[in-house]
Ligand binder design. Structure first.
Ligand SMILES: [Zn+2]
Length: 410
């Protein structure tokens, strides 16, 4: 039996009387979030819109049951409800704020797609009405900011003119003759939505009566989506909330920067350039500090009987690059060797002046084989990482021992 779709001709019906034609228990559908037992209800007529054409389904109540989902099943519309209505004669009640929001977004989409098409030759290949944002996918090259703003301005101009939206019926041929935006190749009578003097588009969705009810339209991000460009937008109440949120974020950021919202970009640019300059300065200072500390360490290290000067140190709370600078400076002194490690990350670094004549790579490999870790390098400079950072002291003690036993690392 065919369900009469009230919303096709009047999208503003919020309450309606209907008769239950069929009611059956349906299995849970975990994929759509329905985990409890539900009933599938078919009515003789309905104002509930089923998910289709990018527009989500309505919610609301039928009798004393909650509507959890509405699906299009060919001729019939199936309402998923949480229990069987007590009487076959029911009163349907559509959750109107949700539906009206969908109408604002969907009508806004037709208008925006028409502006992209008419002014910039960009064709909409798909539409999605999400919980927070709506998107259309545009075919073709990346739309510039001028195109995005131009389409937004043109759509808002038509919104301010409060032009009428009407439902038209006709064959594909009839619609083609009327200049439909997207031609369809389907037999029979088709439904299309006309925006006065702006657009005609085949559609089964619900729409506002006139463009003024779209409220306003804001185009937001544009990102690449496979071969197309996905344009985010919001209309009506969503545009109001998005603009308010944007302002609150802007003001919070400006407060943090102690500036006016309109000065925020300049303030952020200033902070970033200061940060970059400070970063360079810190690096230069670290290098100076490593040089001074390394020189002191070489002075303090008592030369061994074989004339080698071995500096060993486990660092804590230093920048990772500090080890490199420190080692490089130690290895500038003849017959010197640096055995370094860093707690926390477990980095180890062995370096020597070539006159020390050991093999840092072989030494590191031998230490890592015993303590556990990965790494390598050259005869004069080798670095690695311990599997267990707390073994840093042990690794350095082992390296010193190996350096002392004459056969190792020579
Ligand atoms: Zn549509």
């Amino acid at each position: 039996m065919k369900t009469h779709r009230i919303y096709y001709d009047d999208a503003y019906v919020k309450e309606f009387d209907a008769r239950v034609m069929h009611c059956e228990v349906l299995p849970p559908d975990v994929n759509s979030g329905i985990t409890a037992q539900v009933w599938g209800l078919v009515l003789d007529r309905t104002a509930f819109y089923p998910t289709s054409g990018g527009q989500p389904n309505d919610l609301g109540r039928i009798g004393d049951a909650n509507v959890l989902d509405v699906r299009d099943d060919g001729d019939e519309i199936i309402h998923f409800v949480d229990h069987r209505p007590a009487s076959p004669d029911v009163l349907g009640c559509v959750n109107w704020p949700r539906r009206f929001d969908h109408m604002q977004q969907h009508s806004g989409q037709h208008l925006l797609s028409a502006m992209f098409q008419e002014r910039y030759g960009r064709t909409t290949v798909s539409f999605h009405l999400g919980a927070d944002f709506c998107t259309i996918d545009l075919r073709g090259p990346e739309p510039s900011d001028e195109i995005l703003e131009g389409a937004e301005r043109a759509a808002n101009k038509i919104i301010f003119e409060d032009r009428s939206l009407t439902v038209r019926y006709g064959t594909a041929e009839d619609l083609a003759e009327l200049g439909v935006r997207k031609e369809v190749d389907r037999p029979g009578i088709l439904r299309a939505i006309e925006i006065e003097g702006a657009d005609l588009q085949p559609c089964g969705g619900t729409h506002v009566k006139s463009t003024g009810q779209i409220g306003t339209l804001l185009v937001r991000r544009c990102t690449k989506m496979r071969q197309d460009w996905r344009v985010e937008f919001v209309c009506g109440g969503r545009a109001e909330r998005a603009a308010r949120q944007d302002f609150l974020r802007l003001r919070a950021a400006a407060d943090k920067m102690s500036c006016a919202p309109e000065e925020l970009v300049a303030a952020v640019e200033r902070v970033i350039s200061e940060r970059d300059a400070n970063f360079k300065r810190v690096r230069a200072l670290l290098q100076r500090l490593a040089e001074v500390e390394a020189a002191e360490a070489v002075r303090e290290a008592a030369p061994r009987s074989d004339g080698l000067c071995v500096v060993h140190r486990v660092f804590e709370d230093v920048e990772p690059e500090f080890l490199g600078h420190f080692a490089t400076h130690v290895a500038k002194t003849e017959k010197s060797i640096a055995l370094l490690a860093r707690l926390g990350c477990g980095h180890v670094l062995f370096a020597q002046h070539p006159t020390a004549a050991k093999d840092m790579n072989a030494l590191l490999k031998e230490v890592l084989a015993k303590v556990g870790g990965k790494g390598g390098g050259t005869r004069d400079f080798a670095r690695g990482r311990l599997d267990d950072a707390t073994q840093a002291e042990k690794a350095l003690a082992l390296a010193r021992e190996l350096l002392s036993s004459s056969q190792a690392a020579d």
